[in-house]
Design a protein. Structure first.
Length: 262
């Protein structure tokens, strides 16, 4: 099943690689600015960016550190990221095809490990967390960002269902409490968690995943027919002609450290 999901991920991102490089939600945002500001980056640091996607984290950190390794499962995404980053004049970024759950690196190599807006596509997030810890030097930090599901069961189910309808490569957006548990259970020590409200423009959100028009219409109708308590929680904005303009989700920035005794 895991291999099937990863094939879906590769297909989805291979076909839409360029859209993720130019997507405003990926290229900019408070979360990316916070990650860079909190990185404590120094010119001697060796950084791993897992599931680099359009390469925005790698691009932001490249001028601040010695070396960045940008890893992604999808070759076409790596090519798009490489064109973007090298086009900005950065030559200290290596591009590596690899699996977030089976990292092709030795133990205790990286000062920083980053992963932004990607883990909801991972079939086995526990393996990702353990691998991130393994390749990090003692005292190193994980800087992590992803969309999260609400803590309330009904809201969690709604959000993950609409994400899956929009993009078959979506596995699960985890709850904040689940991320804390997974990270601490693996051996990380939590340092920081910051929550961001995140507005999804419905048309742009669907188009980025290349959702066909018929399926887009069906998803919109399904979302608009949700109970009022769901529509209120996700702060739906509807146009005067009854179309879904946008809704609100949540993402988190998490900073965790690998203890020196690990």
């Amino acid at each position: 099943m895991s291999d099937v999901i990863k094939s879906q991920v590769q297909k989805q991102f291979a076909e839409n690689a360029g859209k993720y490089v130019t997507s405003a939600g990926h290229a900019k945002g408070e979360d990316l600015a916070l990650l860079v500001a909190s990185s404590q980056a120094t010119p001697d640091m060796n950084v791993l960016d897992i599931a680099t996607g359009g390469g925005h984290v790698a691009n932001a950190l490249a001028p601040l550190v010695q070396r960045v390794t940008a890893l992604d499962l999808t070759e076409e995404m790596l090519q798009a990221a490489e064109a973007f980053i090298q086009g900005n004049g950065y030559g200290n970024v290596d591009f590596v095809a690899g699996d977030a759950e089976k990292l092709p690196f030795n133990d205790d190599v990286f000062d920083l490990v980053t992963c932004r807006i990607a883990a909801h596509h991972f079939p086995d997030v526990s393996s990702f967390v353990h691998e991130a810890l393994r390749v990090m030097k003692p005292g190193g930090r994980l800087l992590f960002i992803d969309n999260v599901a609400p803590e309330r069961d009904e809201n969690d189910q709604f959000y993950n269902e609409v994400e899956k309808c929009r993009d078959a490569s979506h596995v699960r957006a985890w709850r904040k409490t689940e991320w804390i548990h997974m990270l601490e259970y693996a051996g990380f020590r939590m340092e920081t968690m910051v929550s961001f409200q995140k507005r999804f423009k419905f048309e742009e959100w669907c188009n980025r995943a290349a959702l066909p028009e018929q399926e887009k219409g069906e998803l919109e109708a399904s979302m608009l027919s949700a109970p009022s308590i769901i529509r209120k929680f996700f702060n739906f904005e509807v146009t005067t002609n009854g179309k879904l303009d946008s809704f609100e989700g949540e993402s988190v920035y998490i900073q965790a450290i690998k203890p020196t005794y690990a």
